[in-house]
Design a protein around this ligand. Structure first.
Ligand code: ZN
Length: 499
């Protein structure tokens, strides 16, 4: 375990060292069937129920490549501005693990399907171009479950179980080139890249990109070198970082830890490291295998992949509007500044605001509710905006009621609260909680008269021309009507009566 007292404070570390990061992202493709057999890819099935001789590696079984998985990989490669190989092969990656029924994984080695692209990301208004080294296709492993220990890790477990349902699910690995020059923004840049890649993959329809279910998993490489050094430092690879926030924390921790190692005159060990969600720290895993340890060789049971050029061009022509282009369009449509759009994007609210506008709200109304009251409630309950129990159509309906004068902002917040609590749609909540503004002039006049009668001193001040004092009477009317009065109209009535 790293002694936390030995970490160099982040800012101090960055004053002496330059970080270089790199990200390897595994994406489970959303094909109906596995990479080399017809087994379903459905998440959460009974363990070892979605298996067959091919994905269990039984003798005599032969793999056949899934065309849809190859098409999805090409879509990803094209969206990441990569070159698509006209001919490439799968390779056997030999290693022995209980979750690997064949004792090798079919992957790609020196002939990846897609190479040499890029993805632009925005960090605090600064643009970084992240180079993409390669996008290759492989099969996922099974899943080991270590039972009896406290941590769920193999260390301290009584026994282990393995579920092969995941073995053979098509997996794409997107590997960046080393990303230098981000300086103090390295943790945020790593997070921004994974966020942008996730949004891109979702937009392409190739994966459900659920980090919490493991369909998007990140290995985060970090190295440090003294400012001005000719060479980059030795990198560590923090494995299977499973949330956007953790990606950022893992880089931040490794910078602080490696700075302490270098400050002490020691060398950073090239190794894989485990990230711990609870403490935000990393601990040493295994020392990193070199490529030669895997004894790669071309997979003899599969024909080469040779995507026809016209097929690749058809796929290119079918790409949807990508997230960056869409954001630029929406920013112009909605009249937002770059910073406002970044804020919306970082809050995960672009799709929600867009859908709310489509449902009839103005962009300003939609932004106000999603970034204000609803962001506050999501924050309080520790969930994402998109997981709140409210739809864009609900928010648009509440906006419409505010615009029509049926609700004021305070009442609208109560309606949102009711919808979130599962009391029904906005109209149902307004009805059930009697939240609509009192539009009956008689009832309002009654409340005004009562407020004047109950506050003779204030009323006298207003009569003497101190109209600012009327605020206290408006407050009394609002209180009496439980916030349901039209405050402007109440003010008019008060001034009329006391002039
Ligand atoms: Zn199978």
């Amino acid at each position: 375990m790293t002694d936390l007292a030995q970490l160099v404070p982040y800012d101090e570390a960055l004053s002496r060292y330059e970080p270089v990061i790199g990200l390897e992202t595994h994406v489970e493709l959303g094909t109906a069937t596995k990479m080399f057999c017809g087994c379903p890819t459905t998440f959460g099935l009974e363990p070892n129920s979605a298996v067959c001789p091919v994905c269990l590696g039984l003798p005599g079984s032969l793999p056949v490549a899934n065309r849809a998985a190859i098409e999805f990989t090409i879509r990803i490669g094209l969206a990441l501005n990569c070159s698509i190989a006209s001919w490439c092969r799968f390779a056997r990656k030999n290693y022995f693990y209980p979750d690997m029924p064949k004792d090798f994984q079919i992957s790609q080695y020196d002939e990846p399907l897609c190479t040499d692209g890029w993805l632009d990301v925005d960090v605090d208004g600064r643009a970084f171009r992240v180079g993409i080294e390669r996008v290759h296709l492989e099969e996922d492993t099974g899943k080991s479950l270590h039972m009896g220990g406290a941590t769920g890790r193999i260390h301290g477990a009584d026994y282990s179980l393995v579920d092969y349902n995941r073995a053979g699910i098509p997996l794409v690995e997107v590997v960046t080139k080393p990303v230098a020059g981000t300086g103090v923004l390295a943790p945020e840049a790593a997070r921004a890249y994974v966020t942008e890649l996730r949004d891109l993959l979702r937009c392409l329809g190739v994966s459900d990109v659920r980090m919490e279910e493991g369909s998007l998993r990140c290995d985060v490489n970090t190295s440090l070198a003294p400012h001005g050094a000719a060479d980059w430092g030795t990198r560590t690879e923090t494995k299977n970082v499973n949330s956007l926030r953790s990606v950022e924390r893992a880089v931040r921790f490794e910078i602080a830890r490696q700075a302490a190692v270098l400050d002490a005159g020691q060398k950073v060990v090239q190794e894989t490291r485990h990230f711990h969600e609870d403490s935000g720290s990393t601990t040493a895993g295994r020392s990193k295998e070199e490529a030669q340890d895997y004894r790669y060789f071309p997979e003899p049971d599969l024909v080469p992949v040779a995507p026809a050029r016209d097929w690749v061009e058809q796929i290119r022509a079918s790409l949807p509007e990508l997230p960056a282009a869409r954001r630029a369009r929406l920013q112009a449509d909605w009249g937002l500044s770059g910073a406002e759009m970044t804020h919306l994007s970082n809050a995960g609210a672009v799709d929600l605001v867009s859908a709310t506008v489509e449902a009839g709200a103005s962009p300003a109304e939609a932004r106000k509710w999603w970034l204000g009251e609803l962001a506050r409630r999501a924050n309080e309950s520790g969930t994402e905006l998109s997981q709140l129990a409210i739809t864009p159509a609900h928010v648009a309906r509440v906006s419409a009621m505010v615009r029509a004068g049926t609700l004021n902002d305070q009442l609208a917040r109560q309606v949102l609260e009711g919808v979130l609590a599962g009391e029904g749609d906005p109209d149902t909540v307004v009805e059930a909680r009697s939240l609509a503004i009192v539009s009956d002039e008689g009832a309002l006049a009654e409340a005004v008269d009562a407020a004047i009668a109950a506050n003779p001193d204030v009323a006298a001040k207003v009569r003497d021309g101190k109209t600012a004092a009327a605020g206290a009477l408006v407050g009394a009317v609002m209180k009496a009507t439980r916030g349901r009065a039209d405050a402007e109209r109440a003010r008019e009535l008060i001034l009329e009566r006391l002039s």
